[in-house]
Design a protein around this ligand. Structure first.
Ligand SMILES: *[C@@H]1O[C@H](CO)[C@@H](O)[C@H](O)[C@H]1NC(C)=O
Ligand SMILES: *[C@@H]1O[C@H](CO)[C@@H](O)[C@H](O)[C@H]1NC(C)=O
Ligand SMILES: *[C@@H]1O[C@H](CO)[C@@H](O)[C@H](O)[C@H]1NC(C)=O
Ligand SMILES: *[C@@H]1O[C@H](CO)[C@@H](O)[C@H](O)[C@H]1NC(C)=O
Ligand SMILES: *[C@@H]1O[C@H](CO)[C@@H](O)[C@H](O)[C@H]1NC(C)=O
Ligand SMILES: *[C@@H]1O[C@H](CO)[C@@H](O)[C@H](O)[C@H]1NC(C)=O
Ligand SMILES: *[C@@H]1O[C@H](CO)[C@@H](O)[C@H](O)[C@H]1NC(C)=O
Ligand SMILES: *[C@@H]1O[C@H](CO)[C@@H](O)[C@H](O)[C@H]1NC(C)=O
Ligand SMILES: *[C@@H]1O[C@H](CO)[C@@H](O)[C@H](O)[C@H]1NC(C)=O
Ligand SMILES: *[C@@H]1O[C@H](CO)[C@@H](O)[C@H](O)[C@H]1NC(C)=O
Ligand SMILES: *[C@@H]1O[C@H](CO)[C@@H](O)[C@H](O)[C@H]1NC(C)=O
Ligand SMILES: *[C@@H]1O[C@H](CO)[C@@H](O)[C@H](O)[C@H]1NC(C)=O
Length: 655
């Protein structure tokens, strides 16, 4: 782009070094140097955009090139008919002008001045149309391009004239006579009045106000009203009157229309009348007709089965207490009723139920009885008589008969009875009601056989003792015993016994005739109760009884040992041994050390030996053994004895 105008070249060349560096921005720089046309407009010109170009045009009322000069033009000189139109005067101002209508004309925009370019023109003023020009109470009359004001009938000007030319000064037509009478605060005019001199107006105060004087005002000769002297004061009803048995709850004031509200005093109720009174225009409280009467609830309600405790008072919050009659108990929420604000006794649920001395009677834990007592009498001690009749299952009559008393204040008594097992009982519980009536209840109790006897003890090996579970001393129990004995070492051994025992002892004892070394099982049963118990006991193995031994000492031949059979109690477990011991060793003899010493195992230091061994049960009557007969007895060799030597022979029994 080639820059416009030479003035721009110089700076462009001068700035070249810098511009070369930023050639890309050259176009922008040139554009910025175009002068702003709008900035050159004259103060009385405005910048306009015409066909994309900025042009300065002089403002309205000015003429010139818009840049260097805009001069005021005298609009009033424009045109043959002048600019303001017919019946006008034109006034030029700096940069503008205005028009004013000639006398007798007015501008169609109702303004004193106007500018005609909005179509405003000056027109003839018609009669009446413009009475506003004449003020109130006058009318305007048009007379050939001019107009005049005339006061309405009954009105005149201050100077007495009846017409005038409106000239901007405030002139007004006034009524002939005194005109409007003065106003009185809170007062008003009563009836008609005339404005003519000598006439009077009658004032009265508004409702709620009063005045005792100055109720009239006169129209004087110089046509002014005497100042009104009436002064209306607000009425005051004063302190509200007192109402019997009532007190004012709220008072809004004491002036006309104020209200007071009364409440009946405590314990009184509104019998009639209004609770509120109003201050009336006459300064009196209206409607103080409240009647308060004392609350009276009358006789209290009767409740069945109760007795009333009442002090005869029927006023507010009086109380009446109720009490259940004898034989009844209280089952309600409250035991008293109060006289309430609504003049009636409170409705309470007071229920008296007939006493129940044995309610919900039940048996628990086999021998315990419990029941509920509903009497409503707290902590009252009651005696219950228990009559217990008991009968064993195998008996036909009551063998037990006990009577005892229990005294308790419990409402839920529990009594556990000391009853024998395996019996049927009839328990009769009797008590006396609060009305002295005997009340009894009967309950059947059955006890199971838990233990027909207990604390079974074995003593002295072969004896048993126990405690009978039955407490009555007069009653006998019969026990059957079945005793069976076995031996582990003697299969064929069997010992059996049966016998019966009848006893009334509390702690019976029985001793059995038992064999030693035997395991016994003893079945004890009580047939009546279908109860049995198994006891096992083991008897000690005792030394077998010694057989009769006869020793025949024979010189030269084998000495003879004669035996006679002893009772066999231990069976095969008992052995006899014949021990041969050289005489010199007898002092150190210990039986057990020989038990297994055979003749052949005999050593030098222990020269004794077992010569024979045989079972106690094998010993026959008049059995004899010759010592040294060279036979085997058991596993032992009966060796021949040495001639000339002295021996000591032992006969030993082993269990
Ligand atoms: C002014 O009055 C003349 C004569 O009465 C009349 O011819 C003319 O139209 C009037 N001009 C306007 C603008 O009313
Ligand atoms: C009346 O004149 C005043 C002052 O000249 C002007 O502001 C007003 O707009 C005019 N009223 C009308 C209706 O033209
Ligand atoms: C004068 O102005 C009024 C109101 O704008 C218009 O009604 C009337 O025609 C005008 N009179 C003339 C003679 O232009
Ligand atoms: C009218 O008369 C009263 C007394 O009657 C007088 O006080 C008052 O000044 C008079 N007013 C005029 C305007 O003369
Ligand atoms: C209530 O009144 C009755 C009779 O009216 C009287 O016999 C009784 O004594 C009075 N009871 C009390 C508590 O004053
Ligand atoms: C009292 O209460 C019972 C049961 O709630 C009702 O039947 C009875 O009408 C009540 N009586 C009064 C006087 O309110
Ligand atoms: C029943 O008796 C047993 C033992 O005498 C006792 O532990 C248990 O608490 C009892 N049960 C009741 C409900 O009394
Ligand atoms: C139980 O009490 C009654 C009185 O309540 C009395 O007559 C009776 O003798 C008493 N019986 C026993 C066994 O204490
Ligand atoms: C329970 O005892 C009372 C008083 O001793 C008696 O009247 C009543 O008949 C007895 N009831 C039974 C079932 O034994
Ligand atoms: C019940 O008897 C006792 C003495 O036996 C007596 O004090 C009491 O007043 C009697 N009660 C009734 C309600 O008859
Ligand atoms: C039990 O044995 C001891 C001694 O052995 C004896 O004094 C006691 O009398 C025996 N008891 C019975 C009940 O036989
Ligand atoms: C034991 O009593 C039962 C009946 O209970 C009887 O059958 C039995 O023969 C009696 N036994 C003896 C040994 O007396």
């Amino acid at each position: 782009m080639i820059p416009e105008g030479g003035w721009a070249l110089g700076p462009l060349l001068l700035l070249l070094p810098a511009l070369l560096q930023c050639a890309g921005r050259r176009r922008a720089i040139v554009n910025r140097s175009v002068p702003d046309v709008c900035a050159t407009c004259h103060t009385h010109a405005t910048c306009h955009q015409i066909e994309g170009k900025s042009v300065c045009i002089c403002n309205y009322g000015f003429v010139g090139n818009g840049r260097t000069h805009c001069q005021d033009k005298d609009e009033c000189q424009i045109g043959a008919n002048k600019i303001c139109g017919n019946h006008t005067l034109c006034h030029n101002t700096h940069g503008s002008f205005y028009c004013v209508c000639l006398d007798g004309y007015r501008a169609s925009n109702n303004n004193k001045t106007f500018i005609p370019n909005d179509g405003t023109n000056c027109t003839d003023i018609d009669e009446c149309e413009e009475s506003g020009l004449c003020g109130q109470n006058a009318r305007c009359v048009n007379t050939e391009g001019s107009y005049k004001c005339y006061c309405n009938d009954g009105y005149k000007l201050e100077n007495g004239e009846h017409s005038f030319h409106p000239d901007g000064n405030i002139v007004s037509c006034k009524e002939i006579g005194c005109g409007s009478p003065p106003e009185v605060k809170h007062g008003y005019i009563v009836g008609n009045y005339s404005l003519l001199a000598g006439s009077a107006v009658h004032y009265e105060c508004e409702e709620g106000f009063y005045s005792n004087e100055g109720k009239f005002s006169y129209c004087t000769a110089n046509e002014t009203w005497e100042p009104a002297t009436l002064s209306c004061k607000g009425v005051d009803c004063g302190v509200p009157p007192s109402v019997l048995n009532a007190h004012p709850a709220s008072v809004s004031g004491t002036t006309y229309g104020s209200e007071v509200t009364y409440n009946c005093v405590h314990g009184y109720f509104i019998a009639s009348g209004n609770q509120s009174a109003v201050c009336n225009a006459r300064g009196q409280w209206d409607g103080t007709d409240l009647v308060c009467k004392e609350i009276d609830c009358g006789k209290p309600l009767l409740i069945p089965h109760t007795e009333m405790i009442w002090d005869n008072s029927t006023t507010l919050w009086s109380r009446v207490y109720y009490q259940c009659k004898e034989g009844y108990y209280f089952n309600g929420d409250r035991n008293f009723s109060e006289c309430t604000m609504d003049q009636s006794w409170e409705n309470i649920t007071y229920i008296c139920k007939e006493e129940e001395l044995f309610s919900n009677l039940s048996i628990f834990n086999e021998t315990c009885v419990k029941w509920q007592r509903k009497t409503g009498r707290l902590g009252m001690r009651v005696t219950y008589t228990f009559h217990i009749l008991g009968q064993r299952w195998d008996e036909k009559t009551f063998s037990e008969d006990a009577i005892f008393n229990i005294t308790t204040s419990e409402d839920n008594p529990k009594v556990c009875l000391d009853l024998n097992s395996g019996s049927n009982y009839v328990v009769n519980i009797t008590t006396i009601s609060s009305t002295n009536i005997t009340v009894s209840v009967t309950v059947a109790v059955q006890t199971k056989v838990k233990e027909a006897f207990n604390n079974v003890l074995i003593f002295n090996d072969t004896c048993l003792k126990w405690r009978r579970n039955f407490r009555g001393t007069g009653v006998e129990d019969r026990y059957s015993f079945h005793v069976q004995g076995h031996r582990w070492y003697q299969k064929e051994f069997f010992h059996e016994m049966t016998f019966n025992l009848t006893t009334h002892k509390q702690a019976p004892e029985v001793c059995f005739d038992l064999q030693p070394g035997t395991n016994y099982s003893i079945n004890i049963s009580m047939v009546a109760l279908n109860f049995s118990l198994l006891v096992t006991m083991t008897t000690q193995i005792t030394d077998p009884p010694f057989p009769d031994v006869e020793f025949v000492s024979v010189k030269g031949s084998a000495p003879l040992l004669r035996l006679r059979k002893a009772e066999d109690r231990n069976g095969p477990i008992s052995l006899y041994q014949v021990i041969v011991l050289p005489l010199g060793l007898q002092s150190t003899f210990i039986c057990d050390s020989f038990a297994a010493a055979t003749f052949f195992s005999n050593t030098a230091d222990a020269k004794g030996y077992v010569a024979a061994e045989f079972r106690a049960m094998d010993v026959a009557d008049n059995m004899s053994i010759a010592l040294g007969d060279r036979h085997y007895y058991g596993k032992f060799y009966n060796a021949p004895l040495n001639l000339g030597e002295e021996y000591c022979v032992f006969f030993e029994s082993n269990k």
